[in-house]
Design a protein around this ligand. Sequence first.
Ligand SMILES: Nc1ncnc2c1ncn2[C@@H]1O[C@H](COP(=O)(O)OP(=O)(O)OP(=O)(O)O)[C@@H](O)[C@H]1O
Ligand SMILES: [Mg+2]
Length: 399
Amino acid sequence: MSRLQAEHLFKVFGRRPDEAVAKLEGGTDRDELRANGTTAAVIDASFAVEAGQIFVVMGLSGSGKSTLLRMLNGLLEPTAGRVLYDDQDLTALAPRELREVRSHKISMVFQHFALFPHRSVLENAAYGLEVQGIARAERERRAAEALGLVGLAGWEKSWPDELSGGMQQRVGLARALATDADLLLMDESFSALDPLIRRDMQDQLLELQKRLKKTIIFITHDLNEAMRLGDRIAVMRDGRIVQIGTAEDILVTPANDYVASFTQDVDRARVLTAGAIMADPEEALGTTTPDGAVLRTESDVLEAAPAIVTPDTPIVELFTPCSRSGVAVAVTDEDDGSLIGVVPRARLLAVLGEPESGPDDTGTDGGTDAGDAPKILAAGVSKSSGSPEAPEGKVIAGA
Ligand SMILES: Nc1ncnc2c1ncn2[C@@H]1O[C@H](COP(=O)(O)OP(=O)(O)OP(=O)(O)O)[C@@H](O)[C@H]1O
Ligand SMILES: [Mg+2]
């Protein structure tokens, strides 16, 4: 069972929204509707988020991210479709039940976290608990603990204006963590921060997540941030989800030219792993070492390899070994040390260049056999890509 599920969600603003949904389902595009003053903010969004995952929704301004998020937390009613939380249909709840779910199970962290200026940091962090009606001593204890988690121990008695922007944002995060809600919705939560502080917050979120294992929906317009944080990433364009996959899926087999153009600025060397780009071990058989020995068996390959790595090694670590030797780097199974793939130097250089031309928009499960490129072996790289409809398909990077 997924923790959160979106099923064919639509949100249309303007006149006759239901009619607009029918038209969209019939293939009318968003621009046509806009000509009549109707905005299709979210169009047929479906996905599932597993417990403990960070699911990132990425897209340019106006692509519908915040609207989608507001439907997930019940602030906005979908024009069509359903939101399931632990299989419970949020869209069918009575207003009181919905408020209950929203205040106990879901926490939001916004881009500009509005702290109350006349309340201390501790009181600000305790606010969500106050709304829940938790007694003062208990909420202050939990708020102090949450402040500790985000690195603000010792600041409890300070006032918000004594804190930097990054620290204030941490108070916002602490407020969300203090409530024990296990679904965290974060809308551009780090976007207003300076790049270094932002990176620091990303690290901190990943660290916290290791311990707390919340289910997080994180919205961003920054692909690098999406790739750092997301177990899975949904790319939105003009109200539609155009691809859902791991960072590697999106880099290696972008669903279309739009996604590919997004990925050009990404630091591929840090996102991609050996497991995602490795070729079948056979590729190395028959090649020769600098001193002329032919590699005939898997153990020859292992012996001659300039480095032996595991599938989750980022490829940035393969440059040095590949520059020293023309022989392929060996990728071995973490548990039993058996050879499961190789990364020839040419393959490493190829993936750092242009992305392979991916399949078109039709949602076919393509990409692994694209063109003449060496066959990519990694399980999971193509499985979930190009199929935004598929609610299943939990993919673990490099697995
Ligand atoms: N209440 C509303 N009434 C009418 N149109 C709206 C409303 N809310 C959002 N929209 C429109 O829906 C579209 C999607 O907006 P949304 O705020 O979801 O985008 P976003 O991806 O979050 O953008 P940003 O990155 O700028 O925050 C936009 O065209 C926006 O103008
Ligand atoms: Mg937004």
